[in-house]
Design a protein around this ligand. Structure first.
Ligand SMILES: [Zn+2]
Length: 357
């Protein structure tokens, strides 16, 4: 007997409506509804179709309960333009990440979470507070994913093919999670990571009752966290042209748009110039000038390498978890595909995780 909740999870993951799902399984809507009651089983042909269309192995559907991040506990930036289907597909990826994370946690000690709480502070103050607590001072953040991981945030990637989904984050008990859509530019992903950190720091208690300013606050947090104003003023007191911004942005690993915005806020760029630069950047379309390299997860790289040395490839892990390898790989920044199957194993060494950015 298949677990109807797991079948539903895969329906969400596929982003299908119930009728669309029933069609793909080759059953009528009534058969699907009866199955969902848990009292009726599917015809064997439907089970075969289910595995074929989803790529999930049959035993996945026999497993017991799982946790799904609830839509209320998560804030999505562009909720208006995001369809419920895309949102649910991204949340369903969270359930798979939990299963992987729980499996890893039985084998490795990952960094404990040290995400401070700043419920009632202004975003700029909260950003300065987190920087102080984490001992970063005013310096630029080299690799934000590594920084977050070292402070105990679990960071996963999403390869959701929707322009409207940037990232999401939430607390699962006392464990913070961030999911980043890696189809965005590297700079956008960094800003998204800082934005989500803002939610984790400022809105842990409020996510249930989302309010209009939450997104604005998280953006202000991200801007201040990535580009502390003292450092901006010290490094680029005078902006003569858009080129200055495009050259300077590498220091903070942000988009030219984000730097232009931050410089205007502290009056290093006039309102008039700010608008001119924004228009000029808009004309470049989606392309980021002077692009940076994409960040990846150091924690998952180290763990996957260590497991691989022990003979556990990503496909073996996927088999063990009964999750398709492509799903696992897309959650883990595609790290899986980097490893060379024919390469000799590295010398055995204890797993060391980063302790700083
Ligand atoms: Zn947000």
């Amino acid at each position: 007997m298949l677990n109807p909740d797991r079948v539903e999870l895969v329906r969400l993951r596929l982003g299908l409506t119930k009728s669309g799902f029933a069609d793909k399984l080759g059953v009528d809507r009534k058969t699907l509804l009866r199955f969902e009651t848990g009292l009726f089983s599917f015809p064997e042909s439907a089970v075969q179709n289910l595995c074929a269309i989803s790529g999930y192995p049959r035993p996945f559907f026999d497993k017991g309960p799982f946790q799904l991040p609830s839509a209320e506990g998560v804030s999505f930036r562009s909720l208006r333009s995001l369809t419920a289907g895309s949102r649910d597909a991204a949340l369903a990826a969270g359930a798979l990440a939990f299963e992987f994370d729980d499996w890893i946690s039985t084998r490795y000690d990952l960094p404990k979470q040290q995400v401070p709480q700043c419920e009632n502070q202004a975003p700029e103050q909260a950003a300065a507070f987190v920087r102080a607590r984490w001992g970063i001072g005013e310096r630029p953040i080299g690799n934000i994913i590594n920084l977050l991981e070292a402070r105990g945030v679990r960071v996963f990637s999403l390869t959701e093919e929707t322009r409207h989904l940037d990232a999401y984050s939430f607390w699962r008990d006392d464990q913070p999670y961030i999911f980043l859509n890696t189809l965005k530019t590297a700079e956008r992903s960094r800003f998204d990571a800082a934005h989500e950190l803002g939610h984790l720091v400022m809105h842990r208690q409020t996510v249930g009752g989302a309010y209009a300013n939450m997104e604005i606050e998280a953006n202000a947090f991200a801007s201040a966290f990535l580009m502390p104003s003292a450092d901006l003023k010290a490094e680029i007191p005078h902006v003569r042209s858009l080129d200055d911004i495009i050259k300077a942005k590498s220091r903070w690993g942000v988009s030219a748009l984000a730097l232009n915005y931050a410089l205007n806020k502290i009056a290093c760029v006039s309102d008039w110039h700010y608008r001119q630069y924004t228009i000029a950047l808009g004309q470049m379309g989606e392309r980021e000038p002077n692009p940076m390299q994409r960040e990846t997860s150091q924690v998952w790289t180290k763990i996957l390498t260590d497991l691989w040395r022990q003979g556990m490839s990503v496909s073996r892990i996927a088999e063990e978890l009964l999750i398709p390898e492509f799903e696992l790989s897309s959650l883990l920044f595609g790290i899986a595909t980097v490893q060379q199957p024919g390469a000799p194993p590295l010398a055995r060494a204890p797993l060391r995780l980063i302790s700083d950015a």
